[in-house]
Design a protein around this ligand. Structure first.
Ligand SMILES: [Cu+2]
Length: 178
């Protein structure tokens, strides 16, 4: 069970709030996460896929992936606002979207940039293994092994309003990778 997906973010926030109180055990709701796979080993990449993020789309916007395959997503935000690339189930995306709204409310991000200092000081690092947040023009990578047993995995941007605006991409699993 990997503990570095969306749940980790909440954990960091809670730990931040409790800092100094000596509380180390804070992992709310974590066990309910579906098994969507894990961070991939960069020395065993099966395939590289370039993905552009813009308003309000992913290009490509659907992916055929084999169970167990390790994919290196090469991401570029070609848009004018902050976008996210997140691999998760519907429920996980919904929960994450709430956190993202809180981030915006707290001034940790605006539509055009991320305030890393503020994120750090408020204990919200957005270091989820299954997601990347990109400012306009930014490029990054995410290596993921689709080894989990969850079937209803999709890619979405959870910046407020974006997924509703069409910013999601489907994943179809096409057999087992071996
Ligand atoms: Cu977006």
């Amino acid at each position: 069970m990997t503990c570095a997906q969306f749940g980790n973010w909440t954990t960091l926030a809670v730990v931040g709030l409790l800092a100094g109180a000596g509380a180390a055990n804070a992992s709310p709701g974590h066990g309910e996460d579906a098994d969507i796979g894990q961070t991939g080993d960069i020395s065993h990449i099966d395939r590289e896929i370039e993905v552009e993020l813009g308003e309000m789309y992913f290009d490509p916007d659907d992916f055929e992936i084999e169970k167990g395959e390790t994919v290196k997503f090469v991401l570029k935000n070609v848009g004018r606002v902050v976008h996210e690339f997140a691999i998760a189930t519907d429920d996980m995306h919904d929960a994450h979207a709430n956190e993202m709204r809180a981030m915006m409310k707290g001034g940790m991000m605006t539509t055009r940039r991320l305030d890393h200092d503020k994120m750090r000081s408020q204990g919200m690092m957005h270091t989820d293994a299954n997601a990347r947040l990109l400012e306009p023009g930014e490029a990054t990578e995410l290596v993921w092994t689709f080894s989990g047993d969850a079937e209803d995995i999709l890619i979405a941007c959870n910046v407020p309003g974006h997924r509703a605006g069409g910013m999601e991409a489907g994943i179809v699993f096409t057999g087992d990778h071996s």
